[in-house]
Design a protein around this ligand. Structure first.
Ligand code: GLN
Length: 204
């Protein structure tokens, strides 16, 4: 398959905040398209897995016959960026998942689902991200997971700095796979999306 002229970035559009990711990506000049079907996945050079509900997304991905193609593309090296539920989907291992909860996998990490507590315990804080200039990222956590442990190939990019859950890993990168516990698509700070676009272009 020959690549389209400008690398298209897909946003998984099964459930969750797909529209916000599309808006941020388009806002920084990327070609961004929703992905629901395997044929659409074939057309993109990178994929964002949005926040939402990881169990629902995994079930829908199975129903749309997208789970295996997703695994194959990620295993074959397609860049992917998961936020919150999307981070859970990119994890090789989950703690406190639903029974038989499946993931796409790809990042050698264990992620604890709903680790920061319930919806009512959602919070916003600054998180310093390694390699990003311009100060901490304004990070919104909504029933967010944290990364409990990482394998040797995983680079920790950010940890929580304050509150009762300080020092938790909330941003990681493994090669061309990126994941954050929080939702940069909700705050108007496009630096992490820019980093992902650069990863897709092969320049980061
Ligand atoms: N708790 C959700 C899950 O397990 C994730 C929440 C989110 O994406 N904001 O999928």
């Amino acid at each position: 398959m020959s690549a389209p002229p400008s690398a298209a970035i897909g946003v998984l559009a099964l459930q969750g905040d797909t529209a916000e990711h599309l808006r941020v990506l388009r806002g920084i000049g990327a070609t961004a398209v929703p992905v629901t079907r395997p044929g659409e996945l074939d057309q993109v050079q990178g994929l964002v897995l949005p926040g939402g509900e990881s169990t629902a997304m995994a079930k829908l991905a199975e129903r749309y016959e997208l789970l295996e193609p997703l695994r194959k593309r990620v295993r074959a090296g397609m860049p992917a960026y998961g936020t919150c539920a999307g981070m859970i989907l990119l994890a090789d291992r989950i703690v406190d998942g639903a029974r038989d909860q499946r993931t796409v996998g790809g990042i050698d990490m264990t992620v604890r689902r709903n680790a920061f507590g319930r919806q009512s315990e959602s919070f916003e804080t600054g998180v310093e991200i390694e390699g990003l200039e311009g100060g901490p990222v304004d990070a919104v956590f909504i029933r967010a997971p944290w990364v409990e442990s990482t394998g040797p190939g995983v680079q920790v990019l950010g940890q929580t700095a304050e509150g009762g859950a300080a020092g938790r890993i909330v941003a990681v990168r493994q090669g061309s796979l990126l994941a954050t516990s929080f939702h940069p698509e909700l705050t108007g700070d496009a630096r992490i999306h820019r980093l992902f676009v650069d990863i897709v272009k092969g320049t980061a």
